[in-house]
Each structure stands twice: as structure tokens, then as C-alpha cells.
Write a protein that binds this ligand. Structure first.
Ligand code: FAD
Length: 407
């Protein structure tokens, strides 16, 4: 990175920089993209946002993923914990099914300390020589025919980066793509109502519980998973328009959970209590950009397409999507005119495969087929050829931004 002249504006330093590529975001997609670009010999600036109370969602990784991440250089084992089993109540009879992940040929899954995981991703980038910039407030990115520019404010003054390409890894907000007029398309209205529980009392059975639980109910589904530091995530997934307003309170979420069979056993009020009085509500729907590339920019990870957490592929797809975007940029630097087009094509294929799989997963639960939540996911797709699953239901921006959603 070649620092340019540093003029002084109103007593604050403005740093002018030149980087081959600017990556915007601080999550798994940004880490995958930036570390991969730097490993290819390009100069990279990664701009992530300062957050006073960051929300990091997604804490379980299926078997086999950790070895991929290790190979990508964005992973270390500690302080994450093993996920030994998945317990599921989902299907015609709702009976408990349990998969012992210790017997899985890829080894057990993982329960992440998500803050440490994302911090490791940024540290891996710094180790690869990426220039990390922590922005305060809005990050402006402007991509034109002649080049791209990024401006932001930091604790030590303003930073202006002149660059050839920008990669949008800002998660569901897809800030760069939207800034360039690209719309986000939504396949459904799924939201996650989330509270973190802390363990009260001492019981070895609870201490040893390394499982993850998923349980369907009439209007959605529940998810519970122990996370490091003796805590547990409890989440209820339903559609935004079906969500009872009182679920904004953790006590109401705990009360609603009593209607479940498995989850209530694991999160019972004698052993677990909410850390905060209010739940947080987050968009969790399947959504994607109408175009994941533009003039001198690409989007990767959730910014390009976000998956229903039932699929549990979000983190891995973000890291590998970031790497794919990096490959496309490296090819573009080498004068390959088809690199962006092929990247878009790859994204289209992933989306089609994903929506087919997801429809199958929801289709397996038949007990509440007439209830809106399930009916919406199981009715025959409208309007286009078979096999494109939920992509068929896409509408542009049908949901208001959920409250407390920082994404
Ligand atoms: C409730 C819920 C549960 C989930 N559970 C799982 C799970 O168990 N397993 C799994 O694999 N996936 C899970 N996911 C999905 C997973 O969290 C995401 O797919 C993954 O985090 C996407 O990574 P990303 O880097 O694309 O985006 P994010 O992780 O959203 O990161 C975006 C980054 O960009 C930064 N940013 C945003 N705007 C700007 C800006 N303007 N300028 C600079 N930086 C900006 C943010 O601060 C953040 O650091 C879950 C999702 C939800 C909603």
C-alpha cells in the first residue's frame, strides 16, 4: 500500500491511499475476499465499521467446515466448542431424531464464539498484508468507468482510497450495490426473534450438553444452541407478518417456548434465564441482489445472497463466496472480460440449487400444511418453470427493515 500525500483538513488528517481493491465489510465474506486477494499479490484495503455494540449472528458450523476454513487461513480452533449432536423434531410425526455428529465422517460440528471468529478473520487479513481501516459512520463508495473511490471517517481523521475495484461484503444491507441502484429481492419474510440465555444453577447434564436443537411448530420453528461462555442462543423463526408483538420481550419468548417439546426441555427456566429483557429481531429470509456485479464492483456473502438459517450454510458460503469474488477480480486485473459474468452465473446456480434444497427441507414438515407459515413454503411455485423453488416467489423489498436489525 503506497500512502499518498497527507493534507490537513480542518485540523484533521486526511489520509490518501491507493489500493488495487477495496473490500467493504468485517464478516466472513470480507475475510475470505481480502485474504485471498492479498495472497494473489494485490494491494488491498478492508474497510469495516466501528460498532459500539455489535450483533453477530450465526454460531453453528456443520461437520467438515472447520477443515475448509483452516485451509483458507481464517480459522483457529479455540475458543470455539464442539457440537456433538443435532436434535430435530421436524416432519410428519414430529418425533425426535438425533444425529450423533461425533460419528460423522467429517467429525463433529462446531459452536462458534462468533465475535472471536470474525476477529480472527480480520487478523488473518492483516497477516496477509491487508490494510485494515475501521470506519466511523457512513462509508462512501463510488464506482465509475475510470476507477473507484472510497471515503470514510476514522478515529484519526478521514481516509480516501483510490482503487480499481470494490467488493461489497456488507451483509444483508448490501450497501455498495444499493448505492449503485441495484435492488434486493426477497423470497419470503422470515425473521429471527433472538435472546441469549445464561445458565443458572449447576447441573453437569447441562454443562455437558453440546447439542443443537431444531423444532418445528405451527407458525415457524425454534432453534437452540449452547455457545461458549456458558450461554445459549434461543431463537424463534417466523414470518414478519405472523410474529406476535409481545415476542419483543424475552419473557414472552420463554413463555411461547413452553409449547415446544424438545426446546423447552433444554432451555427450561430452572436452568436458563434471558440475559436481556428485550429480544432482538433480525431479517433471516432468503434474499439476493438482482445483480451481484456492476461496473468495477462485486458483492459477496450475504450482500450477494442471504440464506435461510435452516440451511446452516451462511458462514461457509460467505467465506467461499468472498474467495470467488476475489478470483473474479484477479482475473479482471489479468484482462479476462468474462470474469464478472461467470461470477454472476455461479451465483445464479448456487441460488437455484439452494432454493430447491430449502423447499425440500420445508416440504418435509407436513403437520401444519394449512397454516400460513408452512403453506407459503409448500405451495407450488408460481410463474416459472419447475425446480426453481423459492426463487419463484421473489418480490422486491416486501418487508420493512426489522427492528434491532443492524445487518
Ligand atoms: C438468526 C440467524 C442465525 C444464523 N445462524 C447461522 C448458523 O448457525 N450457521 C451459519 O453458517 N450461518 C448462520 N447464519 C447466517 C450467517 O450469519 C451469515 O450468512 C454470515 O454472517 C454472512 O457473512 P457476511 O460476511 O456476508 O456478512 P455479515 O456477517 O453480516 O458481515 C457484514 C459485515 O459488514 C459490516 N458492514 C455493514 N455495513 C457496512 C458499511 N456500510 N461499511 C463497512 N462495513 C459494513 C458489518 O459491520 C459486518 O462486519 C445465521 C443468520 C441469522 C440471521
Amino acid at each position: 500500500m503506497a500512502p499518498a500525500a497527507a493534507p490537513v483538513t480542518e485540523g484533521r488528517v486526511t489520509r490518501l491511499m491507493r489500493a488495487d481493491v477495496v473490500v467493504i465489510g468485517g464478516g466472513p465474506a470480507a475475510a475470505g475476499a481480502a485474504s485471498s486477494l492479498a495472497a494473489s499479490g494485490l494491494t488491498v484495503a478492508l474497510v469495516h465499521k466501528f460498532e459500539s455494540s455489535p450483533t453477530r449472528l450465526g454460531e453453528s458450523l456443520p461437520p467438515g467446515v472447520a477443515s475448509h476454513l483452516t485451509a483458507m487461513g481464517v480459522w483457529r480452533a479455540a475458543p470455539h466448542e464442539r457440537c456433538g449432536a443435532v436434535r430435530v423434531s421436524w416432519g410428519r410425526d414430529g418425533d425426535l431424531r438425533e444425529a450423533d455428529l461425533n460419528l460423522h465422517h467429517h467429525g463433529s460440528g462446531l459452536r462458534l464464539d462468533r465475535y472471536a471468529f470474525d476477529a480472527d478473520g480480520l487478523n488473518a487479513c492483516a497477516a496477509h498484508g491487508v490494510d485494515l481501516i475501521e470506519a466511523i459512520g457512513t462509508v462512501h463508495v463510488d464506482c465509475r468507468g475510470s476507477g473507484a473511490a472510497m471515503q470514510c471517517r476514522t478515529a484519526r481523521g478521514s481516509v480516501d482510497v483510490h482503487t480499481s475495484f470494490a467488493i461489497d461484503c456488507t451483509g444483508r444491507v448490501s450497501a455498495v450495490a444499493r448505492r449503485h441502484g441495484v435492488r434486493r429481492m426477497h423470497a419470503d419474510r422470515l425473521v429471527a426473534v433472538v435472546t441469549t440465555l445464561r445458565h443458572i444453577g449447576l447441573s453437569q447434564a447441562y454443562e455437558d450438553d453440546s447439542s443443537l436443537t431444531v423444532e418445528a411448530d405451527r407458525d415457524g420453528w425454534w432453534y437452540s444452541c449452547r455457545i461458549p461462555r456458558g450461554q445459549r442462543v434461543l431463537a424463534y423463526f417466523t414470518d414478519r407478518d405472523l410474529m406476535a408483538d409481545e415476542l419483543r420481550q424475552s419473557s414472552a419468548l420463554m413463555q411461547a417456548m413452553k409449547g415446544t417439546t424438545l426446546v423447552t426441555r433444554e432451555c427450561d427456566a430452572q436452568h436458563w434465564e434471558p440475559l436481556g429483557a428485550a429480544t432482538s429481531i433480525h431479517a433471516a429470509n432468503s434474499s439476493r441482489l438482482s445483480a451481484a456485479t456492476g461496473l468495477r464492483w462485486l458483492a459477496a456473502g450475504d450482500a450477494a445472497m442471504a440464506f435461510d438459517p435452516l440451511s446452516s450454510i451462511g458462514i461457509l458460503a460467505a467465506v467461499s463466496g468472498g474467495q470467488r469474488a476475489a478470483d473474479a477480480v484477479v482475473r479482471a486485473f489479468d484482462g479476462d472480460d468474462s470474469a464478472f459474468e461467470e461470477y454472476q452465473h455461479f451465483n445464479d446456480e448456487v441460488w437455484q440449487h439452494y432454493t430447491r434444497e430449502l423447499r425440500g427441507q420445508y416440504g418435509y414438515e407436513t403437520r401444519w400444511a394449512q397454516q400460513p407459515f408452512w403453506h407459503r413454503r409448500q405451495r407450488p411455485a408460481v410463474g416459472t418453470s419447475a425446480g426453481r423453488g423459492m426463487a419463484l416467489g421473489i418480490e422486491a423489498d416486501p418487508i420493512a427493515k426489522p427492528t434491532n436489525d443492524r445487518s
